[in-house]
Design a protein around this ligand. Structure first.
Ligand code: TNX
Length: 716
């Protein structure tokens, strides 16, 4: 027997887990059991975990088409907007248009949003009370109401996240909650430079992050591979600098116009999220060097860059004329960006500049930071920025990991440790993004189809298993470089150096570009909620077993919302598998020929065919049910998954085997077919698994439904 691979084991464990859950729900109850005590409803599964929560008796409050949303009058003009937002949130699944009114006299049987709570709730704290007679969220201002509304939505059934009308009933679990944020900065960074993210997808991601009380959106707007923000006085930055991204050239609209950027800022603000724009430098600047010749020492434009390397570029800072050029350039850019950014921060990057001398690096920091402070903004930067003089109150972003921590206090402390010490000496504050826990671009495990692994694999438990107060401490947790009172908060970072991989790369022969941002959802869910909980919840509630139990109920929410999450194998996902008998090892035959990996090949990208059925492992497929009820098909011989090549949406695209990732081009809906057998429809394309003929070696592709026997499979 060939050894089982880790990937195979994971999937087998997942299959066993989902099957186990299905069987448990079918287990008979014993007739002789003693009378049971009254069953208390399970504690609501809120993520991030609230500070204090008590389940109440009773059946809770049921929202109906007549339930009013009463916003209590206050001096805060944004409070009514939270009421409207809540009604909008509940509308798609309930089909209700709840009346929103501002009033000093709430009705009974209402959802009441009261922004007149005590000042000691702070900007984000709230209390929530849900009983049979209504739900009341109380806060000190609109922002706290908004955070409380995120909790309220999690007290409703998972189907509330559905984008189409569902039957209900819409009952809010009976509970008393008192809650507040541990840290005031809880961010997520999106690398729109390596991969441009179109507006609708960025807004969708903002909504997803807001659900977990993330309050800061850091946009990594510039890097070697692309410049994504229009600067009116420097049009070449977008005509030239925005024309590339990793793996692609020729873009004409891969950037945000000033109006679009302001639209993002406004959208984020409506979700009580602050935008932090990052203009990275003095490295990560090829897109600028290609657009503005006098930033180069020879005054010639650099070539554009579409690869995935880092540490490859530097502004010319080696003579006073070029320092002046860079300074003028940065002043123009930062003035423009700051004027469009209501939030207090501009992020100056500062990472990965192997070629910079200390003097060159300082020249950059000095020019860039004076431009920021001249606009009344606060400097943020990656922790390397601390090596230079930084303005008072700057915020440094720590991205080191255990490798750096291991050198603290030894006689070979590394430069990351030095830079942090330098910044602390300058009284800087810190946002913690330890790359071995909070980097959403790290693979979960070896089967993750995208991402990097320079910090190893970051499973869900690793994403959860850290604390900001020790993330710059020695490995034994003592001697934190950053004092606890200098920690502003946490940030998850969704870099996009490898946002495409293998079959997930859009098919260049079609116009299907860009593909939906499956990368963001697969890498962020479930890890972003883990980072969000670290930023919001008290350390005393930190408990992975409890977190994963609560989070397990969110899979059904994400499925309802259409979020393509990664079903981490150690989470008890409650989305019940349908109990469908297909789970397990199966064969697929049509006309006596079986779906087959030719030659028992181990190689990814091998096109599947059909061959006389012989019972070999290369004709056996493990069906693993997915949260949406579809299946992935894992070949027993190769451990690879049946996959529509390149995620193609075109008829005739080959069906190949590829590393399992659970993305939509690997999910198949099984439907009984008229005329016998079942069709397998690709969730990604809507086209059917089809063999070319009944001859041995006939190739398998996706095709539109045509009723042919070559699309009707017997699942044995
Ligand atoms: C390092 S950590 C970078 C980014 C890459 C990332 C990939 C840091 C501030 N810079 O340029 O995208 O690793 O994981």
């Amino acid at each position: 027997m060939r050894p089982t691979r880790p990937r195979g084991r994971n999937l087998a464990a997942l299959a066993a887990l989902t099957l186990g859950l299905a069987l448990a729900s079918l287990a008979p109850t014993t007739a002789t059991a003693a009378p049971k005590p009254p069953v208390k409803a399970p504690a609501p599964a809120v993520v991030p975990q609230p500070v204090a929560q008590t389940s109440l008796s009773g059946s809770g409050f049921t929202v109906t088409a007549q339930t009013p949303v009463n916003v209590i009058s206050s001096g805060d003009p944004d409070a009514a907007g939270v009421g409207t937002y809540l009604a909008g949130l509940l509308a798609p699944a309930t089909g209700y248009t709840l009346p929103v009114t501002t009033t000093s006299q709430p009705a009974g049987q209402a959802i009441v949003l009261d922004p007149n709570g005590p000042a000691d709730l702070g900007a984000e704290g709230y209390t929530l009370s849900s009983t049979g007679t209504g739900v009341t969220v109380t806060a000190h201002g609109a922002q706290g109401l908004f955070r409380g509304v995120q909790t309220l939505r999690q007290l409703l059934p998972a189907a509330i996240e559905s984008t189409s009308v569902k039957p209900g009933p819409w009952t809010v679990a009976p509970v008393q909650i008192s809650d507040n944020a541990r840290y005031s900065y809880r961010g997520v960074m999106v690398d729109v430079a390596r991969r441009y993210v179109p507006m609708p997808q960025l807004k969708r991601y903002i909504d997803q992050a807001a659900m977990y009380k993330i309050n800061t959106l850091h946009l990594h707007l510039t890097d070697d591979q692309g410049w994504r923000i229009a600067i009116g006085a420097l049009p070449s930055l977008t005509t030239i600098g925005a024309s590339t991204q990793v793996g692609f050239t020729g873009g004409t609209d891969w950037y945000y116009t000033a109006a679009e950027y302001q639209e993002i800022v406004a959208y984020a603000k409506s979700r009580f999220m602050t935008v932090v724009p990052e203009i990275d430098g003095p490295g990560h600047v090829t897109s600028a060097l290609a657009s503005v010749p006098n930033l180069n020492c020879d005054d010639q434009p650099s070539a554009l860059y579409t690869g995935s390397a880092t540490g490859i570029s530097l502004y010319c800072l080696s003579d006073s004329q070029h320092v002046a050029n860079v300074s003028d350039f940065l002043t123009t850019v930062i003035d423009t960006v700051a004027a469009m950014t209501p939030g207090p921060y501009v992020h100056l990057g500062g990472d990965e500049t192997p070629a910079a001398t200390p003097a060159q690096y300082s020249a950059y920091v000095s020019a860039a930071s004076s431009a920021v402070t001249a606009q009344g903004k606060t400097v943020m930067g990656w922790h390397q920025l601390g090596q230079s003089t930084i303005p008072a109150n700057s915020i440094m972003q720590w991205w080191g990991g255990d490798g750096d921590r291991g050198t603290i206090g030894t006689n070979h402390e590394n430069e990351n440790v030095h830079f942090v010490r330098d910044a602390v000496q300058q009284n800087a504050k810190f946002v913690m993004s330890p790359s071995d826990h909070a980097y959403l671009d790290m693979k979960y495990d070896s089967s993750t189809p995208y991402g990097l692994d320079w910090q190893g694999h970051v499973s869900l438990s690793r994403a959860y298993d850290w604390d900001p107060t020790t993330s710059t401490a020695k490995l034994d947790g003592t001697g934190s470089l950053v004092p606890a009172d200098k920690i502003a908060g946490v940030e998850a970072a969704l870099w996009a150096d490898r946002a495409y991989a293998g079959s997930h790369r859009p098919d260049p022969s079609t116009s299907q570009f860009p593909e939906p941002y499956a990368y963001a959802e697969h890498m962020s869910f479930p890890r972003l909620p883990a980072i969000a909980e670290i930023g919001w919840s008290p350390r005393s509630t930190h408990d992975y077993a409890d977190f994963s139990r609560r989070l397990g109920t969110h899979g059904a929410r994400w499925t309802a919302a259409g979020i393509e999450y990664y079903a981490a194998p150690d989470v008890p996902w409650s989305t019940p598998p349908s109990g469908n008998s297909l789970i397990g090892v199966r064969t697929l035959t049509t006309g006596g020929k079986a779906l087959d990996v030719p030659g028992s090949s181990d190689a990814p990208d091998t096109q599947l065919n059909t061959w006389t059925a012989h019972g070999g492992n290369n004709q056996k497929w493990t069906f693993v049910e997915q949260p949406d009820g579809s299946y992935i098909l894992v070949n027993v011989a190769s451990g690879l998954c049946a996959d529509v090549s390149h995620g193609s949406l075109s008829a005739g695209a080959p069906v190949i085997q590829w590393t399992c990732g659970g993305t939509t081009n690997q999910r198949w809906e099984v439907t009984p077919a008229a005329g016998g057998g079942s069709t397998l429809t690709s969730v990604g394309s809507g086209l059917l698994l089809t063999t070319a003929s009944t001859a041995d070696g006939a190739l398998v592709t996706q095709q539109p439904a045509n009723g042919s026997a070559l699309q009707r499979w017997t699942i044995g």
